[in-house]
Design a protein around this ligand. Structure first.
Ligand code: SF4
Length: 453
């Protein structure tokens, strides 16, 4: 019997992108071949997100779209990830899905698929306190930048969030397995790694914490560039900020979700910090790394949020001057604690408040980006720009997207030094790109941090 073909779509966070690379490796190990079109697949898989209602609504649309293929051929349809974990058998009984596999059961995915090909319904949603898949090598696509999950699950239980219910309890991978993976990636030509977790600051293994891991990953294979996401202000240590400031190849970029500018709302969200503590971290980060870029997550319209709370959020945005933000309207998530609260902020008010935050952030992002016009920046090239093959795009170490004319001798994975000539809220534009060595990138880059070390 020939190889089985599968098609996979990935939704949601970077953790899901990394999990799909794991799923690719697990299926390839069992002789499955990946196809680019659903029509050519024996199994259609969706790796899903449950963080907001519309993320799930989109999947119901996809399931509907695949129904005709199921009827026409023996194709099986599978839902993976957080929605699988949250909805379980309901996806089989009410939506005709054949395979439902949660984030901790991917090792058994081929078995569940075999069961579905035999016409059985297959649901695997056990959460594990130990599973980290650290012995499996993900099948990556990118070649320049790689995700390295360092921990799975989350123990923070923010009141609006379903992740602790869909991804289970926090567990860290072994220190050595992460370092080995970083070394192997550098050996195989990767230029950048991102240490990944719902809350990387909670990493703890064998007496080591996240600051230890970050320093070790930076030292294991310089000039491999090191990023990390996502941080939680409550578990943020001074040593992490020191490590960012002291290591050339640790990126001067921090994603630090604030969620609200009001201490009253932060308490209701069970975030575990005050806005004063949050701003102390921001100020200390900038003291140690002057040009560090900071982005955030924010929710508009959390239950009982007043205009005053909303103004406090806007005030934090003006105070921090974020380089970017992921901004959302509150939507109650079943199972989450906040879902038991009255969702009393009218949708129109949520929309208006969210739009005010978006408009403010767009202005701040543009002003921050325009401040780089005239400076020389080092850029790690990721590939052709989305809009033109004549142009390349890449990122600075503070995670700014840069688009520039393609020099003949430059390709993905190379570093270039160029002059910033223009900027929008989302993109920097450069000219005069010339290829440089990675080490030079850390020395020559125009950001204060680089000059400082
Ligand atoms: S830290 Fe909070 S928001 Fe983030 S995954 Fe954990 S519970 Fe959810």
């Amino acid at each position: 019997m020939g190889a089985k073909h599968y098609y996979i779509e990935t939704y949601g966070c970077q953790m899901n992108v990394a999990d799909s690379e794991l799923v690719n490796a697990i299926l390839a190990e069992r002789g499955y071949e990946r196809v680019e079109n659903a029509e050519d697949a024996d199994a259609i898989l969706m790796n899903t997100c449950s963080v907001r209602e519309n993320a799930e609504t989109r999947i119901y649309g996809r399931i509907g779209a695949f129904k005709p293929m199921k009827r026409a051929t023996a194709t099986v349809v599978g839902v993976l990830g957080c929605m699988a974990e949250r909805l379980r058998d309901e996806l089989v009984e009410r939506h005709g899905v054949d395979v439902v596999v949660g984030p901790d059961e991917y090792r058994r995915l081929p078995d569940y698929l075999e069961a579905a090909f035999r016409g059985e319904k297959a649901v695997g949603v056990k959460l594990s306190r130990t599973e980290t898949y650290e012995d499996l090598a993900p099948l990556r696509e990118n070649g320049v930048s790689a995700w390295i999950p360092i921990a799975r699950g989350c123990d923070r239980f923010c009141s609006y969030c379903v992740v602790p219910y869909t991804r289970g309890r926090e567990r860290s991978r072994s220190f050595t397995s992460i370092l080995e993976e970083a070394k192997e990636l550098a050996r195989s030509g990767y230029r950048e790694i991102t240490l990944l977790g719902q809350n990387v600051n909670a990493y703890a293994e064998g007496g080591a914490d996240f600051a230890d891991l970050l320093a070790a990953c930076a030292d294991v294979a310089p000039p491999l560039r090191v990023r990390f996401a996502t941080s939680h202000p409550s578990d943020f240590s001074e040593r992490i900020l020191q490590t960012i400031a002291e290591r050339r190849n640790v990126c001067a970029y921090l994603h630090l979700p604030v969620q609200s500018g009001s201490n009253r709302v932060l308490e209701l969200m069970n975030r575990g910090y005050t806005i004063e503590r949050y701003l102390d971290i921001v100020d200390r980060a900038r003291e140690l790394s002057p040009d560090i870029a900071i982005t955030t997550d924010v929710i508009a319209g959390f239950p009982t949020e007043t205009e005053e709370d909303h103004r406090a959020t806007l005030e934090v945005f003006r105070r921090v001057r974020y380089d970017g933000a992921y901004m959302f309207r509150y939507s109650p998530r079943p199972e989450s604690k906040a879902a038991r609260m009255d969702d009393d902020v009218p949708e129109e008010t949520k929309k208006r408040r969210l739009q005010e935050i978006i408009d403010l952030q767009r202005t701040l992002s543009e002003e921050n980006n325009r401040a780089w016009i005239g400076a020389e920046r080092a850029v790690l090239v990721e590939g052709a720009s989305k809009k033109s093959d004549e142009r390349l795009s890449g990122r600075t170490d503070d995670n700014k997207l840069v688009v520039f004319p393609k020099p003949s001798n430059v390709a993905a994975g190379d570093y270039v030094l160029l002059r910033i000539t223009d900027a929008t809220s989302a993109t920097l534009f450069g000219e005069g790109a010339r290829k440089i060595e990675a080490e030079a990138a850390f020395r020559e880059d125009g950001s204060a941090k680089r000059r400082a070390i």
